[in-house]
Structures are given as C-alpha cells and as structure tokens.
Design a protein around this ligand. Sequence first.
Ligand code: ATP
Ligand code: MG
Ligand code: MG
Length: 559
Amino acid sequence: PALDPELMFKQGFLNDVFEERPKKPVTTRFPPEPNGFLHIGHAKAITVNFGFAKYHGGKCYLRYDDTNPEAEEEKYFTAIEEMVRWLGFSPHKITYSSDNFQKLYDLAEKLVGQGNAYVCHCNDDEIKAQRGGEEHGDRFRCSHADQSPETNLEEFRGMRDGKYKPREAFLRMKQDITDGNPQMWDLAAYRVLEKPHHRTGSKWRIYPTYDFTHCLCDSFEGITHSLCTTEFVQSRVSYEWLNKTLGVYEPMQREYGRLSITGTVLSKRKIMKLVTEKYVRGWDDPRLYTLIAIKRRGVPPGAILEFVNELGVTTAPSVIQLVRFEQTIRRYLERTVPRLMLVLDPIPVIIDGAEELEVDVPFSPKNPAMGSHKIKFTPTVYIDRSDFREEDNKDYFRLAPNKTVGLLHAPYPIKAVSFSKDETTGKVTEVRAVFDKETKKPKTFIQWVATESRTAEVRIYNSLFKSEKPDNADGGFLNDINPDSEIIYPNAMIETGFDEVKRRAPWPEAAGESELGRGGPESIRFQGMRVAYFAVDSDSTDSKVVLNKIVSLKEDAGK
Ligand code: ATP
Ligand code: MG
Ligand code: MG
C-alpha cells in the first residue's frame, strides 16, 4: 500500500501530536492560498492533513485561504481541488476563508471593543522604528495605541467605509511588545486594499491578514490539530493569543518540516519565468515539479504518497534529491505497470526465410496476474537504431554483420547478413538478417516491433537543470538549464499490445490499489522494455499518440 499508517500515523511526530490532544473526531484542514499551482511540497501537506484525519476516522477540510485579492485567480481553485482528489483524498467540505469575512469583521470589532486592537496610521519606517533593534533602541508603541476603544471603533469603521486609502490606516492587534517573539509586536489584523475580491466582489475594502484569519477560521471549523510547516513555529504564540483573547474555541497548532527537492525550482516566480520565456511548455510541463506537471508526466499518485510516507514526518525539513523521488517512482512502477516493446528510432530488419507467426507475451514476467497478450512476429521487424552497429567488436553484444542477437519473445535469435545506407545522411536504412537456429542462448536480447504496430511521438526527459542547486548558478537558475532536457523521437513504434494496455489502464488490479488516478491519458502507463517507463501525454489525439518518459529503468540511465 502507498500509505503505511504504522509508519506515518502510529509513531513519530503525528502520533505525538495526536497523543497530546486525543480529541475525536480529529478535524484537520489543508489551507492553500489560491495564488499558484501546488507543487511536490504541497503533496506532503495534503498527505499529512488528509491522511491524519482519515487514519483517525475524522475529517479534513479543503480551505482556500483567499484573503488576498491581489494574488488570487479562479484557475488555481479548480487545479488545487483536482490535485487533492487525484492524490486520493476527499475533502469533508470545501470552504473559503472569505466566507467568514463578516464573522471575522465582527470579531475584529469585538477585539477593538475589548481594547485589544487599535487603528494605526504609521508608515513602514515608523513601524520599523517601533520594533526596536540595534539601530532604533528599545521597542515602543506609537500614540495610536493610546486611543480609546470608541475612537478605534470609529476609525476601524472608517477604514471599512472608505475613509482611508491603502496604507493610510491599518488595524493592529494590541499584543505584548515586551515578549521576545516578534509575532507579539502588535501585528496587523486588517489592511485597506481597494481591490475587488473574486468571491465577494467590491463588498469589502478591508481585508484580514493571515495572522488574524488563520487561527480564527481554524476555530470556526472546529479544527482539532492545525498542522502547518515549521516557518510558523513563531506564529504559534500569536495564533494562541488571538483565539484566547477573543474567547473562542482553541485549536492546537503544531509544525512539521517542509519538503523540498533539489535539482529543480519550486518557487512560483521562477516557474513563471520558465513558462513565459518558453523554456518549458507550461505549468504542467513534465520536467517541472508542480503537481499538475508530475501528473501529466505519468507519475502515479500512489507513488507520491509512498514517497511522502518513506520520508516520514518530523519537525526537521526534508531536503531530497530528485533521484530519490525517481527511485520511489521506479519501484512503484516496477510492480504496477505492464511491459511492452517499444522502439524509439526504428530501422527495419528483413529476416530472410522467416514466416509470420503469433507469439504469446506476458505483460509482466514478475506478476502473472497481469496476464499475457498475443503479438505477431513478422518477417520484417523493427529494432532500435542503437541496437545495430555497422562494425562488430568483441565487447559488443547486439546486432552487427555476422553477429547474433536474441529478439525478446521471438522464436529464434537473428544474425545480420548485410545492411544498406542512405548515401546522403550516412544512416543505416535497412538490415538483412537470417534466423540463427544454432545459437541457443544469445548473450543479449533486444526489443523489436512487428510491421503491424502503433506509431508514437516519444518525449524523453532528462533533468531540466544541470546541477543540484540551480539557484547557485552564476547569473541565476536560467543559466543552469540543461539543453538536453527534452529529446523528441517523432517516429517511435510500439507493439500492438499497447491497445490492451490503454483499454485496461491504469491496471488497478495489478497495483493492488483503488481507482486512484483513473481517467486521464497519463494513467495509461507501461514499461517500454530496455528503454524507460512511459505514460500517454495529454497532447495525444485520436490520430497521434504522444508518450512521456516517466523515469528511466535504472538510476544512471537517464543522465
Ligand atoms: P509556496 O510559497 O511554495 O506556494 P506556501 O506556504 O505559500 O508555499 P500555501 O498555499 O500557503 O503555500 O500552502 C498550503 C499549505 O501547504 C500550508 O499549510 C503550507 O505549510 C503547506 N506547504 C507549502 N509548501 C510546503 C512544503 N514544501 N512542504 C510541506 N508543506 C508545504
Ligand atoms: Mg502558496
Ligand atoms: Mg502561503
């Protein structure tokens, strides 16, 4: 199974978190800001939150933390939900922080009434000075902090009603500036933003901050365990302060380590650059590590869960090399997908004296439950250009003049007799061969396809960047782009077994998994024997198959 509860929930960090507050039903939330596409790091957050609730028989909300109208767009909402479901999780409910704007506003008024918030008109420099430090001396409060609750209420309503332009006024919580933690230094609760919101239109001109919104929305939803990443450790104190001060239900915030991947970039700004400058096809380009890209590439959702599971959840960040992620994907595919013969760059081999016959080929030598299929062996077969050499050599074990090689699943090995070349390109155009019935055990077997086969455009991917740390490259990450990150084979051929692989995708009976990931072209996956793992790309049409390489068969093969 992709998620092993023993490993993930019954021990370690998530077990401790539960033991600390063994409250049922466990209620969690995954709270993305809809300002970009999710990436591999978010898969950890999704697995932690949805998985933890599911394990304890509880519920998990998908909450769009949509309080910043400046950065949010409709398309992100849909993509985020799709990815959560693709990973096999169902939100208990889909909620929006913005649904609580009125409730949040009322609580802000309450805070003001209590004398625990004030409207401040200071500018950035003034605020900086108030925060103290070497340059500024002791921390202090501005005079706005002395205003009466009545004045603050009037001012806050003024903010709401359009009396102030952005930055002219903001609501500050009156916390504890003697606390060593900057999260207690009178944080902003509301700011004026003259931007229409995609859900509430122009109803509001003031919007609550993360620090004000998050803990309260958690409270409204009855979140028992609010799990977030460790950059919020310092925020725990303000999170607790606000709920306590307002006397509302208090969820418990705990923090786990982020997941990051080396050898790629995950930041929105950088991916945007790759997209707009056309280094990649789009946000879902299979060389990227957004979840939509990983999905398009054909990585099964179960492999992602398995990856997160293997890394475990602790308070330490996980900084993981791409090869390690690929290793998990490869292991997962090895036991879950059928095998087919595919030839990237075909050359015909005419076998003199051979006759057409039918051979029965298992879909997986390791898993008989996958069954078998019949393919034709034809007197002309196609092999990969790289499996033939014009000149033999004793360290070479594939096809060459006078040399014998095995053809996988074929009745006999073949021996090349002669070949022809195109005068202008110098490329081999045809090989003539005969069966070699004497050689019982050829040293090497190669894959082939019959004359009756399917054609495809195959996109072979290598790492998008040359180094493990693209950000450290001289002149920035764009200077680290690998010019060979995508190699296209426009005329590849696949054996006819592909039709059945397509029909039965995603082979859940073999994966021992549910319907996870069924549906899209990317769920049609197979191992191209001796080549790589492949999935069908969304660029495919009725008349043209496009395949993506998911991962290589062995760790070094893809370099
Ligand atoms: P980014 O800036 O990379 O998009 P973010 O923290 O702004 O990340 P949000 O949309 O706010 O992303 O994230 C939703 C949830 O996912 C948060 O709880 C956040 O802690 C978590 N999350 C984001 N990135 C990671 C990561 N790399 N590893 C684990 N969890 C993450
Ligand atoms: Mg984000
Ligand atoms: Mg964020």
